[in-house]
Design a protein. Structure first.
Length: 419
C-alpha cells in the first residue's frame, strides 16, 4: 500500500520533473528543456523561488553608443521584444554629438508605510508620534547597524492622516536611506520593529507595515539634445507633437510610457533588480497629478534642436538579494560599470529616454511597423521552419511582397525546397 505523497516543494528537481511530465503529459523532449539551468544553476534556481522546475530564458543583448555623464557605457538589456536594443543604440548614437546623456538622482531614500487604525484622537495622535520621533527613529536604526555604519539608515518620519467619514487612519512614513541596496527587506523589517511603539504612543492598532513602491524620494533624471541637422526639422516637430499628444491624452500616455519601460525594464532585469517594483513606481508617479501623464518631455530649443528629459522613481540596487547572488546579474553590473545604485539609476533613466526618442521618431516618420518589419519577418520565418541558409532570402521576399505571415513563409520554404 502506498504511503502519503511527498509535497511537491519537498521533492528533488528530478522528482518534480517526473511528476510534471506525468501530470501535463509532456514528451521526453519537452521535459528535457527544463533540465538546463544556464549560468544560474539548479541550486540557485531552487533557492530563489518555490516549486522551481527550471529557468525561463530571455535574450540578453547590449546597447551601444551610450555616453552617460561623460562616461562610455555598455548597457546589457534582457528583453524578448524585437528592435528594443537596436532602437536604444540608435538613439544613443544621435545624442553623442551633444555629449550624450546628463543624469542625476535625488538620493536613495525608500519609504516604509505603517497604517494605524482606531486611534482615540487622530490629530492628537499624529502630534504625539512627532513628539517621539527621535525615539522611533532610534528603534528603527537599531535593526540594521551595518547600514548605519555605511552612512545609511532611517533619516526621517512623516505622518499623514487619511480622512473618511467612518474610519480615519494615520499613515506613518519611515524614510530610510538604503544606499546601494534596493532595500525592501530592510525597510519592511524596520516598519515591523516600530509598530508596537506606535501602537503604544497612539493607543491605536497597527494594520499594514510595508514598503511603498512609489519611491518619489528616489528619483532619477536624465536629459539629452538631439541635433536638428542629424534628424531634420520635420522629425523634431513630429517628436514634439507626439509628446504633446501623450501629455493631453492618457490613452496615448500609457503606450508612450510603455515604450520608455521597454528600455528601463530590460536593464532592470539584466541586473537582477525587481522589474515589477520599478514599473509600479513609474506608473504611479506618472499619475501623481491626477491624470496619467508621460514620464518624458520633448521640446525645441532656440536653435531648433530637440531637447528630451525624463524623471521617474528608480528603486534599484547594486548589492543585496538577487543582484548579489545571480552570476550573470553580477557580471552585467560589471559590464555597466555601475558602482553605486545612483549610477545604475542614472544609466537606466538615460536608456528610458533613448528608447522613448526612438519610438517617437519612428511614429512621427515611417511608422512603428517599418522598424519592426524585418525583425518580425525573421521571427515568422523561423517559426515556419527556416534554416540559417535560407532565412535571409525568405525574410527579403516577405518584406518585398508586404506579406509577413506564417502561411506565406511556409509557402516560400516549400518553393525553395523544389529547386
Amino acid at each position: 500500500m502506498k504511503g502519503p505523497q511527498k509535497p511537491f516543494y519537498k521533492k528533488s528537481m528530478k522528482e518534480r520533473h517526473s511528476t510534471l511530465q506525468i501530470s501535463a503529459s509532456l514528451s521526453d523532449e519537452e521535459i528535457e528543456r527544463y533540465k538546463k539551468f544556464g549560468s544560474l544553476g539548479e541550486e540557485l534556481s531552487d533557492y530563489f523561488i518555490e516549486n522551481s522546475i527550471g529557468v525561463m530564458e530571455v535574450p540578453l543583448g547590449i546597447a551601444l553608443n551610450f555616453i552617460v555623464n561623460s562616461r562610455e557605457v555598455i548597457v546589457p538589456m534582457a528583453v524578448e521584444e524585437s528592435s528594443v536594443v537596436a532602437a536604444a543604440s540608435y538613439a544613443a548614437k544621435l545624442a553623442r554629438p551633444s555629449g550624450g546623456f546628463f543624469a542625476t538622482t535625488s538620493g536613495s531614500i525608500m519609504i516604509a508605510q505603517i497604517q494605524l487604525l482606531n486611534c482615540d484622537d487622530t490629530h492628537g495622535a499624529r502630534l504625539k508620534i512627532m513628539e517621539q520621533k527621535d525615539e522611533i527613529l532610534t528603534l528603527a536604526r537599531n535593526q540594521d547597524p551595518t547600514l548605519e555604519s555605511l552612512g545609511g539608515g532611517p533619516c526621517d518620519l512623516q505622518v499623514r492622516i487619511l480622512e473618511n467619514s467612518d474610519d480615519p487612519m494615520i499613515i506613518v512614513h519611515l524614510l530610510v536611506d538604503t544606499k546601494d541596496a534596493m532595500g525592501a527587506n530592510t525597510v519592511n523589517t524596520m516598519a515591523e520593529s516600530i509598530a508596537p511603539l506606535l501602537e503604544k504612543i497612539t493607543n491605536g492598532q497597527v494594520c499594514l507595515r510595508i514598503i511603498s513602491n512609489l519611491a518619489d524620494q528616489r528619483l532619477a533624471r536624465s536629459r539629452c539634445i538631439i541635433k536638428k541637422q542629424d534628424i531634420g526639422e520635420d522629425t523634431v516637430d513630429g517628436v514634439v507633437r507626439a509628446y504633446q499628444f501623450a501629455k493631453m491624452d492618457p490613452y496615448r500616455a500609457a503606450t508612450h510610457n510603455k515604450g520608455i519601460m521597454n528600455g528601463i525594464s530590460a536593464v532592470v532585469l539584466a541586473t537582477g533588480n525587481d522589474t515589477r517594483a520599478v514599473e509600479a513606481g513609474a506608473h504611479a508617479f506618472a499619475a501623481k497629478s491626477g491624470q496619467y501623464s508621460p514620464l518624458t518631455t520633448w521640446e525645441k530649443n532656440r536653435d531648433g534642436d530637440l531637447i528630451g528629459t525624463i524623471e521617474l522613481p528608480l528603486a534599484v540596487g547594486t548589492v543585496g538579494g538577487t543582484v548579489s547572488l545571480h552570476p550573470k546579474a553580477k557580471t552585467n553590473l560589471k559590464i555597466l560599470g555601475a558602482e553605486t545604485s545612483e549610477n545604475l539609476a542614472e544609466i537606466m533613466a538615460s536608456v528610458g529616454l533613448a528608447q522613448n526618442f526612438a519610438a517617437l521618431r519612428a511614429l512621427a516618420t515611417e511608422g512603428i511597423q517599418a522598424g519592426h518589419m524585418k525583425l518580425h519577418a525573421k521571427n515568422i520565418a523561423i517559426m515556419a521552419g527556416a534554416s540559417s541558409g535560407n532565412l535571409e532570402q525568405i525574410v527579403s521576399r516577405m518584406i518585398a511582397e508586404g506579406n509577413i505571415r506564417l502561411d506565406r513563409a511556409k509557402e516560400i520554404i516549400k518553393e525553395l525546397r523544389t529547386f
